[in-house]
Structure formats: structure tokens, C-alpha cells
Design a protein around this ligand. Structure first.
Ligand SMILES: *[C@@H]1O[C@H](CO)[C@@H](O)[C@H](O)[C@H]1NC(C)=O
Ligand SMILES: *[C@@H]1O[C@H](CO)[C@@H](O)[C@H](O)[C@H]1NC(C)=O
Ligand SMILES: *[C@@H]1O[C@H](CO)[C@@H](O)[C@H](O)[C@H]1NC(C)=O
Ligand SMILES: *[C@@H]1O[C@H](CO)[C@@H](O)[C@H](O)[C@H]1NC(C)=O
Ligand SMILES: *[C@@H]1O[C@H](CO)[C@@H](O)[C@H](O)[C@H]1NC(C)=O
Ligand SMILES: *[C@@H]1O[C@H](CO)[C@@H](O)[C@H](O)[C@H]1NC(C)=O
Ligand SMILES: *[C@@H]1O[C@H](CO)[C@@H](O)[C@H](O)[C@H]1NC(C)=O
Ligand SMILES: *[C@@H]1O[C@H](CO)[C@@H](O)[C@H](O)[C@H]1NC(C)=O
Length: 478
């Protein structure tokens, strides 16, 4: 059947003359299509027949014959001469070997023979088509983490011998998941992303590299703060949000719950205490979103707005005290305070509160590790009883004591006189019945009266006694 296709016209002519059956002239190629790896040796198996009575004059291989042009013998072609080896014979075996094949050898090869007879020229169709395949790695361009992925190593023609494939990721040989011409990653992990290629064991043939892009939602989202550990008011602070995601995530910054920006880096130049708070970033891509842990910015500053607060009135009575409090806004809170009295160089007190007992203008100074600030002064007035009042009280007391003493003395004197008068009357009235006892009484007139007065207290005398105690007390007061 091959004869029909490629038999040269001359041969047809000859056959017609000699009425030779087509079966007499034949070339049989065992493998009309050969797919061979680069650098390998190819054996083109071939048998041929020709009518008896012919003698082979020339048997050779040629390629890509052109009609009506005598085919060239490859064994004289410098491209082939070194690599072509005829393994056949002059009877029926026309097998040939071509070594170190390359892409340049991709042609159609034919066996050609000539016999001693003029009509004995034969070109065996359909020839042998030689393909030198390359290999390609077929892989989805992009896969989602967790999916099942199949990579296939394909050659552009079906290799006659099933080769052993070798797989590489980022130039490292892979052994797991390889089945024949397939590499199965199930489930695919993000670490599986990389440059893949496959190769044929024992050959230099290797596929081009294919990047396997494994996409995944953001993971390990974190915020980092540039600069020193202690943030001072006025510093420049850079917050950066980092996340591991593929494709890269969109970033959203939040302070508390308020959205504040969408750059990967969030800059705060000249930070102020208003910028203190919790910051976090949210990262999102097609596969999901994730928040970072919040970071707290604690903006520190020296004491400010220092003032003195007075508990109660700043006007106090002598002997009382007023409590002054040093109020300050500072971060970290001020723990060290000093109190001063205006126009006195040394401190008059320490501690957040101070008890003022003197008049004067007082101010405090609040300290924290970043500095100190003083307050405005407050005036404390101590109102004593005025000096003139003291004197008048003193004089008054003295006078009172003197007057009292005088009164008591006078009272006592009156009493005695009165008693004497009474006893004299008594004596005169009892003159009628003179009694020796009464006589005795006479000598000490006040005595019996006093004795008899034991049961009934003399009101005058009692009053005097009370007044005396009072006087002593008021004198002490004075
Ligand atoms: C060609 O060879 C094959 C196997 O070698 C054989 O089966 C076939 O019959 C042969 N054909 C001819 C025309 O000789
Ligand atoms: C042809 O010759 C080669 C090499 O000697 C041999 O391997 C092959 O078997 C032979 N083919 C036939 C059909 O005899
Ligand atoms: C992977 O695919 C994503 C989505 O198209 C793309 O944004 C990203 O750049 C790719 N990664 C690489 C390393 O090519
Ligand atoms: C943030 O500040 C850094 C350093 O000052 C600067 O390099 C960067 O460009 C700034 N980024 C933005 C988004 O302003
Ligand atoms: C505190 O001081 C700052 C300036 O130092 C001022 O802007 C702010 O209004 C003050 N706050 C109060 C409550 O006085
Ligand atoms: C004022 O002093 C009283 C008594 O010591 C105390 O209970 C109160 O809390 C103080 N008030 C202020 C504002 O300091
Ligand atoms: C408080 O501050 C003053 C002034 O800076 C300093 O002399 C003193 O040692 C401080 N006291 C304490 C307990 O820190
Ligand atoms: C403190 O001294 C200043 C001048 O140095 C003076 O003007 C002020 O009246 C003084 N204050 C007091 C309470 O003495």
C-alpha cells in the first residue's frame, strides 16, 4: 500500500512493463513514527523485499526526498555520517541506527535501494517520521491552599519507551506524590509554592520551569512600632502592618474602632498624647481577612497643667490648716512633688498634698521622669484674732478678776458686820434670862451662829464660793 503513495513514476512504468506484483517491492518500517528523546539513539527497524533476480547495488537511507530528484545518501551527509550506522544487510534487513538525535533530526527518513536492473530503484514509503520531543510541565497557574493539585509532565509526542520522570521544586528533587508523569499535591500547602520542572531520568531533557502560585488568606498579621520603647510626645512614630498572604492583602488601620488609614505603613509625625491608644491593622485578600493583635501607644510627656487645688477655703483661722493638692497631667503620673512658698528658695514640703498653716503664696512642682513643671501660686490667708482684741480680752479679764476679788472681799466684810449686828441684837433680847452658856457665846458671837447654820447653808457664802472657782477658771482663760 505504501507503494501507491510514493512509488516513483519510473517504477510504476517499469512495473507495468514487467507486470510485477506490488508485493514484490516493499519496505516495511516497524515503527513509522518514532518519538525519541534528545541525545538518545534511535533505531529505525526496517525490512524490505524485492523480486528475485535482482541484485542490490545500493541500499541507503535518505530524508525528505523531493520528487524527480535522486535522493541523497545520509551516510555522506556530514550532519549524519558520524551518527548513522546501517545495521541491515543486502537481503531484507534495512535497520539503521541514528545516535545523538537532536531537534534538527526531525525529518521523514526513507530507505532507498537500487538493484542492478534499470527498473530496480525503490523508495520505501511511508518512511519513518522522527520527532524529538520537548517536555512541558502542565500545571494550574494558581491554586488555593488546601486544594488538590495535579502537575503533569508531558512530552510533545508519545515516547516509545515510557520514561521515568524526575520532579524538581526550586531545584530540589521531590520524591513525595510522584506517580508516573504526575505529581500530586493534595492538599496543596503554601510551602508548595515554587518553581517546578520535570525531567526524564537518564536524559538531559528537562521541562521549562513553571511557577506554582499558592494563594491563601492573610495569616500571622502583626504590627510593629519603629523607634524607642518609650514614646515621647513629639516623637515620630511609624507603625507597620505585616501579614503573610497571597495575593498581597489590603490593609486597614484602626485606632480603637475608628478607621484611620490604608497604607501598609502608618506614620505619625509629632505624636501627641491624643495619639495614645490601641492600634491594630486588618488585612484582607480574596480569600479572607484577619486582624492583628492591638498594640498600645502610650505617649509619655512631662507634667503639664500643674495646678494647686484647695480643699475648702483658703482663708483659715489661726491654728487651723488648709490642705493643698498638687494636680498635674503627666504620663507616667507624677509621683514626686515639691511645695514651695513664694520668695523662699527651699521647699516647704513634699508629697501630693500639703497642709498649709501659715499665710503665704504657695505653689507646687510636679516631677515625672521626663521633667517637672510648677503651678501658679495660691494664696493662703491665716486669720488670727487681732492683737487689740487680745489686749482688751487680757485687760478685761484682769479687771474682772480684780473687781470680783473686791466684790468678794466686800461681801465677806458685810457678812461679818451683819453677823455681829445680829448677835448683838440677839444678845440684847436674851438679856432678860442671862444664861452662863449665852455668856460664853457672847465671847465668840459668830461661832454659835455658824454652828447652828450647819443645817441651812448661807446663800451669800455659797455664791461667793462659786464665784471664786469661776474666777480662777476665767483667770486661767485670760
Ligand atoms: C511488516 O512487518 C510487520 C511486523 O514486522 C508485519 O506484521 C507485516 O506483515 C509486514 N508487512 C509487510 C508488507 O511485509
Ligand atoms: C535486523 O538487524 C538488526 C541488527 O542486526 C536486528 O537487531 C534485527 O532483529 C534485524 N531485523 C530482522 C527483522 O531480522
Ligand atoms: C500569585 O497570584 C496572585 C493573584 O493573582 C498575585 O497577586 C501574586 O503576585 C502571585 N504571586 C506570585 C509570586 O507570582
Ligand atoms: C513614613 O515615614 C518614613 C520615615 O520618615 C518615610 O520613609 C515613609 O515614606 C513615610 N511613609 C508614609 C506613608 O508617609
Ligand atoms: C493643658 O495644657 C495644654 C497645653 O499645654 C492645653 O492645650 C490644654 O487645654 C490644657 N488642658 C487643661 C484641661 O487645662
Ligand atoms: C477635702 O477634705 C475632706 C476631708 O479631709 C475629704 O474627705 C475630701 O475628699 C477632700 N476633697 C477634695 C476635693 O480633696
Ligand atoms: C523628687 O524630685 C526632686 C527634684 O528633681 C529630687 O531632688 C528628689 O530626689 C526627687 N525625689 C524622689 C523621691 O524621687
Ligand atoms: C516676692 O518677691 C517679689 C520680688 O522678688 C515681690 O514682687 C513679691 O511681692 C514677693 N511676694 C511676697 C509674697 O512676698
Amino acid at each position: 500500500m505504501s507503494v501507491k503513495m510514493a512509488r516513483p513514476l519510473s517504477l510504476i512504468f517499469l512495473h507495468m512493463i514487467h507486470r510485477v506484483s506490488a508485493a514484490d517491492w516493499a519496505v516495511n518500517y516497524s515503527f513509522p513514527h518514532i518519538c525519541a528523546l534528545k541525545d538518545s539513539s534511535v533505531i529505525m527497524s526496517c525490512t524490505y523485499t524485492y523480486p528475485t533476480g535482482h541484485q542490490i547495488r545500493k541500499a541507503y537511507w535518505t530524508k525528505d526526498p523531493v520528487k524527480a530528484v535522486e535522493p541523497t545518501d545520509l551516510s555522506v551527509d556530514p550532519e549524519y555520517s558520524q551518527r548513522l550506522q546501517y545495521l541491515g544487510d543486502e537481503q531484507q534487513n534495512c535497520t539503521v541506527r541514528l545516535s545523538h538525535v537532536t531537534e534538527k533530526d526531525e525529518h521523514k527518513y526513507y530507505f532507498r535501494f537500487n538493484t542492478d536492473k534499470i527498473e530496480g530503484r525503490w523508495l520505501g514509503s511511508p518512511g519513518v517520521t522522527l520527532n524529538i520531543p520537548d517536555i512541558q510541565l502542565e500545571s494550574p497557574e494558581r491554586v488555593k491552599e488546601g486544594d488538590s493539585v495535579r502537575l503533569t509532565c508531558r512530552s510533545s509526542c508519545e515516547l516509545t519507551d515510557t520514561p521515568t520522570f524526575i520532579w524538581y521544586r526550586n531545584s530540589h528533587t521531590l520524591t513525595e506524590g510522584t506517580i508516573g508523569d504526575k505529581l500530586i499535591l493534595n492538599p496543596v500547602r503554601r510551602e508548595d509554592a515554587g518553581r517546578y520542572r520535570c525531567a526524564v531520568h537518564g536524559h538531559t531533557l528537562t521541562s521549562p520551569e513553571v511557577y506554582l502560585n499558592v494563594t491563601y488568606p492573610p495569616k500571622s498579621v502583626s504590627v510593629s512600632i519603629s523607634g524607642s520603647a518609650v514614646i515621647m510626645s513629639g516623637d515620630s512614630v511609624t507603625l507597620s502592618c505585616s501579614s503573610d498572604s497571597n495575593p498581597p492583602a489590603e490593609i486597614h488601620w484602626f485606632k480603637g474602632k475608628t478607621y484611620i488609614g490604608s497604607e501598609r505603613i502608618f506614620n505619625i509625625s509629632k505624636i501627641s498624647s491624643d495619639d495614645s491608644g490601641e492600634y491594630k491593622c486588618k488585612t484582607r485578600n480574596d480569600h479572607g481577612g484577619k486582624y492583628s493583635y492591638p498594640v498600645t501607644l502610650d505617649v509619655q510627656y512631662p507634667p503639664r497643667n500643674v495646678s494647686v487645688s484647695i480643699n475648702g477655703s483658703a482663708v483659715i483661722m489661726s491654728g487651723d490648716s488648709v490642705s493643698l493638692m498638687c494636680i498635674s497631667d503627666s504620663n507616667p503620673p507624677a509621683l514626686n512633688f515639691s511645695w514651695f512658698k513664694e520668695n523662699q528658695s527651699s521647699a516647704v514640703g513634699s508629697g501630693q498634698s500639703f497642709s498649709a498653716v501659715q499665710s503665704g503664696r504657695f505653689y507646687c512642682e510636679a516631677h515625672n521622669p521626663h521633667g517637672a513643671q510648677r503651678s501658679d501660686a495660691v494664696t493662703v490667708t491665716v486669720k488670727g484674732r487681732p492683737l487689740i482684741l487680745h489686749i482688751s480680752i487680757g485687760v478685761g479679764c484682769g479687771a474682772a478678776v480684780v473687781i470680783m476679788m473686791l466684790l468678794i472681799w466686800m461681801q465677806k466684810r458685810n457678812d461679818t458686820v451683819e453677823l455681829q449686828n445680829q448677835s448683838r441684837l440677839h444678845h440684847e433680847s436674851s438679856n432678860k434670862f442671862t444664861d452662863p452658856v449665852y455668856e460664853n457665846v457672847k465671847t465668840n458671837p459668830s461661832r454659835p451662829h455658824h454652828d447652828s447654820g450647819d443645817d441651812m447653808t448661807d446663800p451669800v457664802y455659797e455664791n461667793v464660793e462659786i464665784s471664786e472657782a469661776d474666777l480662777i477658771r476665767s483667770a486661767v482663760h485670760c
